[in-house]
Write a protein that binds this ligand. Structure first.
Ligand SMILES: *[C@@H]1O[C@H](CO)[C@@H](O)[C@H](O)[C@H]1NC(C)=O
Ligand SMILES: *[C@@H]1O[C@H](CO)[C@@H](O)[C@H](O)[C@H]1NC(C)=O
Length: 345
């Protein structure tokens, strides 16, 4: 049996476009099977096999992943009420003004192909309404603007809310972690969460070392097998190093994401930063968040602040002895002077 997995940004708006696309490509097997729909700005353990099993048991059209959050934060998300026994979705409201529930929609779904008919019926209703409006002469004067093609099927308002309580939608609650990646700093936090999940699921992917034959490793650190790390470097916690990276002697890395083909030269320090592909950091240079962010809660930092970390785009060169603090450097820039709290265009 085939399974169709769709991963997308701006899920609310392009939901119907993808659905139509999927229908057109029915040969892929989407029509006979299950469709997984994953919001791409979500960080969680994605318990898809467990969700699928629950979905089959419920026998509904869709199953949503949900999580319990604090009552104060719930209103930033889609709040929902589910039947505690059957797990049926009873009520759904996107970002409600008054408190509904501390259970929220995680943006991870499984649907049966029936979802396409549900989308189609929403579109048909709109078309009927638009035809009715056109009968009024006043409206027809304004039809050029009124009938602009802005009618997208929105998953939350058009599908989840109306179908709640109709024995079509069910919920699967996760007890694992869940975060939405809204700020650059959240990418670092989420990287840390995935690394700590590795500790339980795939511990062989995490490095260890005491600085004798290989680098000193602290906490959760992932290093791609093709990366080269000098034994005198000290790395961790919460560091991820991608393919073909070269890390020089005496380098110190804490809470950072180092992407493919990055070179970090001797004695450079990178703390709380994302270093883009093919970038190079010179000797004795520092690339880091502001000290305020570094010491707020240890190296944990303030992930939700607008910036709070340093990001180097693709192929950025930081020359020797340069300090880059709490800044964003766009691709292909060379920094030969130190910068702080700047966006380098
Ligand atoms: C590493 O990341 C995890 C998950 O985000 C976090 O709980 C932990 O505090 C981080 N450790 C350090 C030392 O920053
Ligand atoms: C940095 O580079 C610019 C442009 O190449 C150059 O004009 C400037 O003198 C350099 N500054 C230092 C401190 O090397």
């Amino acid at each position: 049996m085939h399974t169709c997995v769709l991963i997308c940004a701006y899920l609310d708006v392009i939901f119907d476009l993808m659905a139509i696309h999927c229908k057109v490509n029915a040969d892929f097997g989407c029509m006979q099977s299950h469709i997984f729909l994953l919001n791409c700005d979500v960080c969680c353990s994605f318990p898809l096999p467990e969700m699928l099993e629950a979905h089959r048991k419920y026998g509904g059209m869709g199953t949503l992943l949900v999580i319990k959050v604090s009552a104060e934060s719930a209103n930033q998300f889609g709040e929902l009420v589910a039947d505690p026994v059957t797990n049926e979705l009873l009520h759904y409201t996107e970002k409600p003004e008054t408190f509904v529930s501390d259970r929220i929609n995680c943006g991870v779904y499984i649907f049966t192909p029936d979802i396409f008919s549900a989308i189609e019926s929403v579109s048909t209703q709109w078309k009927d309404r638009a035809d009715l409006r056109r009968l009024s002469s006043f409206e027809s004067l304004h039809s050029a603007t009124r009938n602009a093609p802005t009618h997208f099927v929105r998953l939350d308002q058009d599908i989840l809310s109306p179908l709640a309580g109709k024995k079509q939608l069910y919920t699967y609650e996760t007890l694992d972690f869940w975060e939405q990646i809204k700020t650059p700093g959240m990418s670092l936090k989420c990287s840390g969460l995935y690394l700590s999940q590795f500790r339980f699921t795939t511990p062989h992917l995490l490095l260890s070392g005491d600085g004798t034959k290989s680098a000193s490793i602290i906490g959760d650190v992932y290093v791609h097998p093709s990366a080269k790390i000098h034994p005198s470097a000290k790395i961790g916690p919460n560091v991820s190093i991608s393919a073909n990276a070269r890390i020089g002697a005496g380098v110190r890395l804490i809470s950072c994401i180092i992407l493919d083909n990055v070179e970090i030269k001797d004695n450079a320090v990178v703390i709380h930063a994302i270093v883009g592909w093919k970038s190079s950091i010179g000797r004795w240079s520092r690339v880091q968040a502001s000290s305020k962010n570094l010491y707020l809660g240890g190296h944990g930092g303030n992930y939700n602040s607008k910036l709070g970390i340093t990001i180097l785009g693709e192929a950025v060169t930081v020359e020797d002895e340069v300090v880059v603090i709490n800044s964003v450097v766009l691709p292909h820039k060379t920094l030969n002077v130190s910068v702080q709290e700047e966006i380098i265009l």
